[in-house]
Design a protein around this ligand. Structure first.
Ligand SMILES: [Zn+2]
Length: 480
């Protein structure tokens, strides 16, 4: 995700480009989702066939799914939007949504449970042995709130992020990991899977989607589109009635930009192409065949999904450009290389911030400099720590912590984005340009399509100094 950015800065350093490396897909069999969904007037009605492969090494009696759509209930304990953002997000006042599970087959029984009705637990008819697979068909209805958020009807488009039950990550010894929603950060953690998604909608709508379109047509006033996406950790769509669609290309990948309020849409497309090419050259080849950015109503700056990013229609100028670059960087850090965003959010956010910095060094005309971005991050983190010191007699600057342990959005931004940027700048300073970029390329090549831990990231630099910096920043012991 991307916060708001206020500072505008100047000048630059050039960053050397490194030959690209590929992305090794996770070994099949991967889990698969085949989703058939129909949207009409704020409601998505869907059937999902999910094939789950038991690679846990343990016999399982149940399978768990995250129901992110249920966070939009009026009585939700973990609200998706903080009080500070509520007026901006809920543009028509209070509005309610929810994900209603209608049926699950085959199974012994199913229940909606978890801390906040956020888990679908399917009790299997028979234990699922290691190496076996089970195919479950889930019928559900997603009621969309009028909210400019990940899942909801915005003023100018329909945001379908997290629109289906998502398999929980299985952690050995601990079982399926439950993601409770959080108004702070991106409360998502998922493994890669293969997708085939079909969406039907009134013909006046156009869809921007994570995957590549494999078929599309209009019949009796209904538009029906099918998409495929392999080895991806999520799938999202945005539906709109007034999109202009610009097509481009970068690093052999087709790019699409969907917008309805951009006075320099061609310029935005060029920026997307240029930063996409830079990240491909610097970190490694993009794993998917297409990449789309879509302008939509969204109460934060932007939001990343594999193959698709949201860009808020309330941003303009340098803020819009910065967000476009930041969200594009997430295609490498979050979409391709996954990490636990609920307990180590700094990994993908810090890397998205620092990757943006690297791009802006190579593109001085954008108006951002390394010195300016580093100074801005240092000021923000310093101010946060000073206030914490004054209020509580000390500042807990640990970065690796559950989202619920951040005292609010300011703490999250300072410790995840700002300190994350400073962390990677410190590693670059200690290792030098060549070893730093080699480490990031190694990290990408090893963990593309997989989930990485903080230790995996640290080890990718093959340097005790880098490991020390990362560990001390992450646990809060480093003096920054
Ligand atoms: Zn982000």
């Amino acid at each position: 995700m991307r916060r708001w950015l206020c500072a505008l800065l100047a000048a630059a350093l050039l960053c050397s480009l490194i030959p690209s490396v590929g992305c090794a897909a996770d070994e099949p069999p991967r889990d698969t989702y085949v989703i058939e969904a129909a949207y009409e007037e704020g409601v998505l009605t869907a059937s999902m066939l999910c094939t789950f492969h038991n690679r846990t090494g343990e016999a399982l009696t149940h399978v768990d799914f995250n129901l992110y759509g249920n966070a939009y209930r009026a009585d939700a304990q973990y609200k998706p939007v903080s009080a500070a953002y509520a007026a901006r997000a809920y543009y028509n006042g209070e509005s309610e949504g929810g994900m209603d599970i209608l049926s699950v087959q085959p199974c012994a029984r199913w229940e909606v449970c978890g801390e906040d009705e956020n888990i679908l637990r399917v009790h299997l008819a028979e234990p699922l042995a290691p190496g076996e697979e089970v195919s479950l068909t889930v019928g559900y209805r997603l009621r969309l709130a009028e909210v400019e958020h990940r899942t909801g009807v915005a003023r100018s488009a329909v945001n379908l992020g997290n629109f289906y039950p998502v398999l929980c990550v299985y952690e050995p010894g601990a079982g399926f990991y439950e993601c409770v929603y959080s108004a702070v950060g991106d409360p998502f953690y998922s493994a890669c899977a293969d997708y085939e998604v079909t969406i039907s909608m009134p013909a006046s709508f156009t869809a921007a989607a994570s995957g590549e379109p494999v078929s599309a047509g209009v019949e009796n006033g209904v538009r029906r589109c099918t998409y495929r996406l392999e080895n991806a950790r999520d799938f999202a769509l945005v539906l709109g009635t007034s999109f202009t669609v610009l097509q481009g290309e970068a690093a052999g990948v087709s790019l699409r930009y969907y917008c309805y309020d951009d006075g320099d849409a061609e310029g935005t497309l060029r920026l997307l192409e240029e930063c996409f090419t830079f990240f491909s050259d610097t970190f490694g080849r993009y794993p998917y065949g297409s990449y789309s950015a879509v302008q939509t109503g969204f109460c934060y700056g932007g939001m990343e999904y594999p193959g698709l990013v949201f860009l808020s229609d309330s941003l303009a100028g340098a803020d819009y450009a910065y967000t476009a670059v930041h969200e594009t960087a997430h295609q490498w850090w979050y979409a391709a290389v996954g990490s636990d965003q609920t307990r180590a959010a700094w990994m993908d956010e810090g890397l998205a911030e620092y990757s943006s910095l690297l791009y802006f060094e190579s593109a001085p005309a954008c108006g951002f400099t390394r010195e300016g971005l580093v100074a801005s991050a240092r000021r923000a983190l310093g101010a946060y720590c000073t206030v914490q010191q004054q209020l509580f007699g000390g500042a807990d600057a640990a970065m690796t912590r559950p989202l619920a342990d951040f005292s609010g959005e300011l703490a999250y931004v300072c410790l995840t984005y700002d300190k994350g940027l400073l962390l990677f700048d410190a590693v670059r300073g200690a290792l030098g340009e060549r070893r730093f970029l080699s480490g990031l390329r190694r990290y990408y090549a090893r963990f593309c399509g997989k989930l990485a831990s903080p230790a995996d990231l640290a080890a990718s630099f093959s340097s005790a100094a880098a490991e020390g910096i990362i560990a001390s920043f992450a646990d809060g012991s480093a003096v920054v």
